[in-house]
Design a protein around this ligand. Structure first.
Ligand code: ADP
Ligand code: MG
Length: 721
């Protein structure tokens, strides 16, 4: 494909608009061709002033009847024009002499701008203008998303030339078999829109188009583009699923009276129905010779760790190793402690151990752990990203478990998988026993950011999904209140009350990267305030701790230990506690600046309380800031939180409020971001793509190949992630 459109001939420096194009990622013809308009302007018609209403974007042709510079209330150029039906005053607050000349009395102009009312009668502020009488375009004028230094006119030309070039180089050759075209991509006459025609249309729609259809993306041209995208996504997932089905993984066995059974015996509780069902689904996968690729999703506190431990037990029982990777040190350590408690007594008689790996580890300890892992004495390895570092060599990894998988990138997940490939190579070179000639470990990915099940199932063609839809018994529902931060004093009173009852309290402050310093001082200030407010003279002192991500790990650990032991009454923290803290005695969660958090984040935070028998509460404190208002979406989010405690319902609302583009964005799930389609809206198209994908792979493999490589195939792909 031609890449030359933006790059100037050798050695010439890029112009400002060229640089701006680069910055927007519009380097190639195809990127430009897929840069779709935000909206359109209708420049195809000239209207009469009397036919316009206030607020209309109008294009008129009129003669200048007066032009003068006024100085009150500030310097401005006032131009009165007359189109025969009425007059209109044009106001320019900045103007060059050359423009003033073009606006001279008697000149006939074509003008475009928003019509406003007011004491001067009809006015237009800074309308665009040119000499009257030029040819009228026969399509709507696109208005593109742009940035500073990149004028619309320049961008329009660049996009158009990108589109023409790309088409000329065969970028839009059809790959969808005509008989399988989705109905929504057909016009009323049941004629399918071609890809090239659709793109041309979306850049330059004819004036008779329904703007509503363009806006809500239901127009056949839009549908065609979305169909392309969804089909590419489904095809590539199906391809990788089929490729994986060709690979081998160790087929594990469930031994009678083995580790799995023993672990069930030592757990201090019985499994929930959902845990049993999901455990069974996983066990079934592990016993197959194809690698498992399963997402375990379950609400905060639904008990995913036990399910993971049981899966690990199956692997270890067959003599294999298992790795569990978590995104933060706190979370990894929680897992480590829990798993050691459950499993080490069972592993010890087998001469096996649980190993611990983290970046902050002392060199000596680390070397020891690496040794245990390489020799196979470590049957289970728990840790952070450190688990996938190069020096880590497993003896025989059979199961990789990734907690909070959406926090890891695709590359990191792949790295864990490759630990296995490595073994395969070593084993091959040593002509190892046949039972170990494997290529892939089983993968279990866990997430507490549930995606509505049906959505997950149809979107992730490449992933099996298990869902824990039941919480362990004995949880008390958390009462959620939304309050203004003007009521801070009342809240502190309430905290005092909880402390008197022997309960503990979390107080969370936001920490976002852009304003890290400010937020940090916020947390420190709140910390100081609470120390003072909760420790009046003559009373038993209350320990108030502070925890944030900038603290050294040892310090964090010490604070956590104090809170976990119950010695610390209040823990002020930034969102580092979002995952992994388990203190059943904590009964009140205060979230400051709740309006700045996302729904699923709030939900995760709230999940830190209500883990014991005591009635628990979550207070979402919002601050109105300087504007005196909270945005409508923020208010909607807080309302949703107060109304429901169900993680799946919250995920559904999140989807509604934010839209799935962001919801399923790389940040959330590692899935490729959909650029054109919208899963909440385009369920039918997704279904169409889901059905067509296997058929295409079987019946039209070349077309399928071309389609995928065109849209997602590496460097020349259409949809660069
Ligand atoms: P999450 O799904 O959020 O990772 P965890 O695995 O941390 O949840 O479990 C939350 C808490 O519930 C832990 O203290 C865990 O020991 C406990 N738990 C898990 N399963 C059960 C069960 N079936 N009955 C009672 N408590 C359970
Ligand atoms: Mg967990």
């Amino acid at each position: 494909m031609s890449r030359k459109s933006v790059s100037p001939p050798d050695n010439k420096p890029l112009s400002a608009p060229q640089k701006a194009l680069r910055k927007l990622g519009l380097d190639r013809d195809i990127d430009l061709a897929l840069h779709l308009p935000l909206r359109y302007e209708d420049e195809t018609r000239i209207v009469r002033l009397t036919d316009t209403r206030e607020g209309d974007m109008a294009q008129i042709e009129a003669t200048v009847v007066s032009c003068e510079v006024a100085y009150k209330p500030r310097r401005q150029l006032l131009v009165v024009v007359d189109d025969g039906s009425d007059t209109c005053t044009l106001r320019f607050f900045s103007f060059y002499p050359s423009q003033q000349k073009a606006l001279a009395v008697g000149n006939r102009l074509r003008l475009r701008g928003e019509v406003k009312g007011g004491f001067m009668g009809r006015t237009m502020m800074h309308p665009s203008f040119s000499i009257a009488g030029g040819e009228l375009p026969n399509a709507l004028t696109p208005v593109y998303p742009t940035s500073a230094g990149l004028p619309q006119v320049y961008l329009r030309k660049a996009v158009h030339s990108g589109l023409v070039h790309a088409a000329r180089h065969g970028a839009f050759v059809e790959t969808i078999p005509p008989e399988h075209m989705p109905r929504s991509a057909m016009s009323a006459g049941a004629k399918a829109w071609s890809l090239e025609q659709s793109l041309h249309f979306l850049h330059h729609p004819t004036p008779d188009v329904s703007l509503a259809q363009l806006e809500d993306r239901t127009h056949p041209a839009w549908q065609r583009l979305k169909a392309e995208e969804l089909l590419a996504q489904q095809l590539s997932q199906l391809q990788s699923k089929r490729a994986r089905d060709e690979l081998r993984a160790p087929a594990l066995t469930l031994k009678k009276g083995g580790l799995h059974k023993q672990l069930l015996g030592v757990l201090p509780f019985g499994l929930t129905g959902a845990q049993r069902r999901v455990g069974e689904e996983i066990a079934q996968d592990l016993m197959r010779q194809v690698p498992m690729h399963r997402l375990l999703q379950g609400d905060v506190g639904s008990g995913k760790t036990v399910v993971a431990a049981l899966a690990a037990a199956v692997a270890m029982d067959s003599g294999w190793q298992c790795a569990l990777m978590a995104p933060t040190e706190i979370l990894a350590e929680q897992h480590f402690r829990k798993l050691i408690g459950w499993l080490e007594p069972l592993l010890a008689p087998l001469g096996k151990r649980v190993a611990w790996l983290t970046g902050s580890q002392k060199k000596k300890e680390r070397t020891e752990m690496l040794g245990l892992i390489a020799s196979g004495e470590a049957a289970l390895v728990v840790g952070t990203h450190a688990v996938i570092q190069e020096q880590v060599q497993f003896k025989n990894l059979a199961l990789a478990i990734i907690d909070e998988q959406h926090r890891f990138g695709v590359a990191q997940r792949l790295a864990l998988r490759e630990k296995m490939h490595h073994i395969a190579e070593v084993e091959a070179s040593l002509s190892a026993s046949p039972s170990h000639d494997l290529q892939e470990p089983h993968m279990l990915m866990m997430s507490a950011t549930p995606i509505p099940r049906t959505l997950a199932m149809s979107y992730y063609a490449d992933l099996d999904v298990s869902t824990l839809d039941e919480l362990p018994p004995g949880r008390t529902p958390v009462v959620t209140r939304v309050v203004s931060d003007a009521r801070r004093d009342e809240l502190i009173e309430r905290i005092r009350h909880q402390l008197e009852e022997g309960r503990q309290v979390y107080w969370v402050c936001p920490l976002i990267e852009e304003s890290e310093a400010l937020d940090l001082s916020n947390a420190t200030a709140t910390h100081a305030l609470l120390i003072e407010a909760l420790n009046p003279p003559g009373m038993t002192p209350v320990l108030v701790g502070l925890l944030h991500s900038r603290m050294p790990p040892a310090e964090k650990k010490a604070v956590m230990a104090q809170f976990e032991s119950g010695a610390m009454g209040v823990l002020v923290s930034t969102t580092v506690i979002e995952v992994g803290v388990d203190v059943p005695n904590a009964s009140l969660m205060v979230i400051e600046h709740a309006e700045r958090f996302g729904l699923s984040q709030l939900h995760q935070l709230r999940g830190r309380v209500g883990r014991g028998a005591a009635a628990s509460a979550c207070v979402l404190m919002y601050s109105t800031g300087e504007s005196g208002r909270v945005s409508e979406t923020a208010r909607e989010r807080l309302r949703a939180m107060a109304e429901t405690a169900d993680g799946f319902e919250i995920a559904r609302r999140d989807l509604e409020i934010r839209g799935p583009g962001e919801f399923l964005g790389a940040r959330q799930s590692g899935a490729a971001l959909l650029r054109f389609a919208d899963l909440a809206e385009d369920g039918e198209l997704l279904q169409w793509a889901r059905e067509l994908a296997p058929l295409m792979l079987d019946k039209y493999p070349e077309l399928a190949e071309r389609h995928v490589s065109r849209w997602l195939g590496g460097k020349s792909d259409f949809l660069k992630a």
